[in-house]
Every structure is written in structure tokens, then in C-alpha cells.
Design a protein around this ligand. Structure first.
Ligand code: C5P
Length: 288
């Protein structure tokens, strides 16, 4: 008898645009962003087992196992599905952690999909999104089934958009993390004058990354670049190297550039090494 196994890809994301609109009374922030999935991905494998377990493969530090979003997602799934069998989970980790690429959130979404597949799909898409939203604000994007989506609220109110033709991307991991919670706190510390409505133009300008690059911004850059000016230098170098859109991803720490060709990505990669010697560069593509 063949062993039952569910394998799910967990793609990374970048934020093509991110605007913080206001701080709510519960401390969370209302924002508008555009998520773009990447080819760069982790893998989640799930097999039925007598007890829940997680094995992590790869040289990326994912922090303590207890806090791991994969295990939290698996527990949340079992709570929502009475009688759901436990699973042995394997995570093949390639996406840098706490780096603004949504790796942990995507792993959680892939875990929910894998366990649902293994259990004969007891939950519908909307049930998975509701569980996912409680695990983290970025998780619903990875369950929406679209590679490009606009998000509002905390990031959980999604409007899928028609995917753009895949383009080469260089992701620069500076080798240190930025905690999302800290970046929002830095934003709050700047005072109420910085909290104002600046909605993203809709429909998105043009059907290509270049048009979007002309209007795109990321409100986290002000406060993150102030503390880590080397990230601003990396972004400037990516623009110099020909990126049509280069920004901090989410609250960082990764900076990315979208380019017209793979050759331009390779050239940009060598330029980045001159600005930040310890940076790790990852060449990938936007998912279409
Ligand atoms: O939702 P997630 O767990 O990814 O958020 C991490 C932290 O970032 C939250 O604890 C909160 O402090 C902050 N956050 C926020 N507003 C959001 C999303 C996250 O203030 N829309």
C-alpha cells in the first residue's frame, strides 16, 4: 500500500506597495498593500502519524519550534476539525525568516492546505482563510489562490488581481532580521501627523511593473531606513542597476528589485556586494 503524503509549495511574497493608513484602538494598523508571490518557495510535506511533529530542513534559523507557525497552524486545523488525525510535518526552508518575505505565513497556509488535503478536504476555502487570519495578517494572501492581490484591513481583506507576466527579481537579504512589531512601533513613535489617508491609486496604474514602479511606495522605509541606512543604499544600488521597481519588502529586512532580464539581475547582484558585503542575494522571478 502506498504511503499517504500531501506536499504543498509555500511561496515567498514581496509587497509591491505598502501604505499604513491608521492605528486602530486594538493596537493593530489598517493598511493597504499589493502582494506579489515569488517563485522562491519553501515546501511542506504532511504524512499521517500517531502524534504531531515537525522536522525542519535547510540552513535558515526558524526560531523556537514551539512558536513555529507551522505547528500553530496544525494545532488550529485539528481544533477546527474534530477527529482530525495528527501528522508528521516536514518543512524544507529556503525563504529567509523575519525578513518581510512572508515565509512563516506562507508555511502556515501550506500546512493548512496540506492537512486539509490529507484529511479529505473537510474544510472549505473560506474556513481555511478564517483560521489563517487568526495565525497572522499575511496568511490569507497565501490562501487566496492568486499570485497578485491588493489587501486592506490588517492585510486580510483581499482583492485578487490579474497576474502580470513573470519578471526576474533580485531579493537582497542583509543578514539581520527586522521584527514587524518593532517596525509598527517605530511608525507609531513618529506621531499622529504621519498617520493620514493615502490610498493606493486603483485600478493599479498600467499592467506592468514599470508603471507600478513610478507610483509605488512602502511607508515602512522611512522608519526602517532611518535605523538601517545600508538598506537604503542597497535599494539605491538596485535602482542604479536598472530595477524598474525596488523597495523594502513588508517591514523588512529584505530589499528587492524587479528587472527586465536575468542578465540585469546578475549585474545587480555583483553591485549589491559592493554596498553590503555580508548580504545574501537570491535570484528568483515573480509568480504568474
Ligand atoms: O499579524 P502578525 O502576527 O503578522 O503581526 C505581527 C505584529 O505586527 C502584531 O503583533 C502587531 O504588533 C503588528 N501588526 C500591526 N498591524 C497589522 C499587522 C501587524 O500592528 N496590520
Amino acid at each position: 500500500m502506498s504511503e499517504r503524503v500531501a506536499i504543498e509549495r509555500a511561496p515567498a511574497k514581496i509587497n509591491l506597495d505598502l501604505r499604513i493608513l491608521s492605528r486602530e484602538s486594538d493596537g493593530y494598523h489598517r493598511l493597504e498593500t499589493v502582494f506579489q508571490a515569488l517563485e522562491l518557495h519553501d515546501l511542506i510535506e504532511a504524512r499521517p502519524a500517531p502524534v504531531l511533529s515537525l522536522e525542519v530542513e535547510g540552513d535558515i534559523d526558524v526560531g523556537s519550534a514551539r512558536d513555529n507557525l507551522v505547528l500553530r497552524a496544525a494545532r488550529a486545523f485539528c481544533d477546527a476539525v474534530p477527529g482530525a488525525a495528527p501528522a508528521a510535518l516536514r518543512l524544507v526552508k529556503r525563504i529567509p525568516a523575519r525578513a518581510g518575505l512572508g515565509g512563516g505565513s506562507s508555511d502556515a497556509a501550506a500546512t493548512l492546505r496540506a492537512l486539509n488535503a490529507l484529511g479529505g478536504r473537510p474544510l472549505g476555502a473560506q474556513d481555511l482563510v478564517e483560521i489563517g487570519a487568526r495565525l497572522g495578517s499575511d496568511v490569507p494572501f497565501f490562501l487566496c489562490g492568486s499570485a497578485l492581490a491588493r489587501a486592506e484591513g490588517r492585510g486580510e481583506l483581499l482583492s485578487p488581481l490579474r497576474a502580470l507576466p513573470p519578471a526576474p527579481v533580485l531579493v537582497v537579504d542583509p543578514g539581520f532580521p527586522v521584527a514587524t512589531r518593532d517596525a509598527f512601533r517605530w511608525w507609531d513613535e513618529r506621531g499622529p501627523d504621519t498617520v493620514r489617508e493615502r490610498p493606493l491609486p486603483m485600478p493599479l496604474p498600467g499592467a506592468d511593473f514599470e508603471s507600478l514602479g513610478r507610483v509605488a511606495r512602502n511607508d515602512f522605509e522611512d522608519v526602517v531606513f532611518e535605523r538601517y541606512p545600508e538598506l537604503d543604499r542597497v535599494r539605491a544600488r538596485l535602482v542604479e542597476a536598472g530595477a524598474c521597481l525596488a523597495r523594502l519588502s513588508g517591514s523588512g529586512s529584505c530589499v528587492y528589485g524587479i528587472f527586465a532580464s536575468d542578465a540585469a539581475v546578475q549585474l545587480a547582484a555583483s553591485g549589491v556586494a559592493e554596498v553590503l558585503a555580508q548580504a545574501r542575494v537570491l535570484a528568483t522571478r515573480t509568480a504568474g
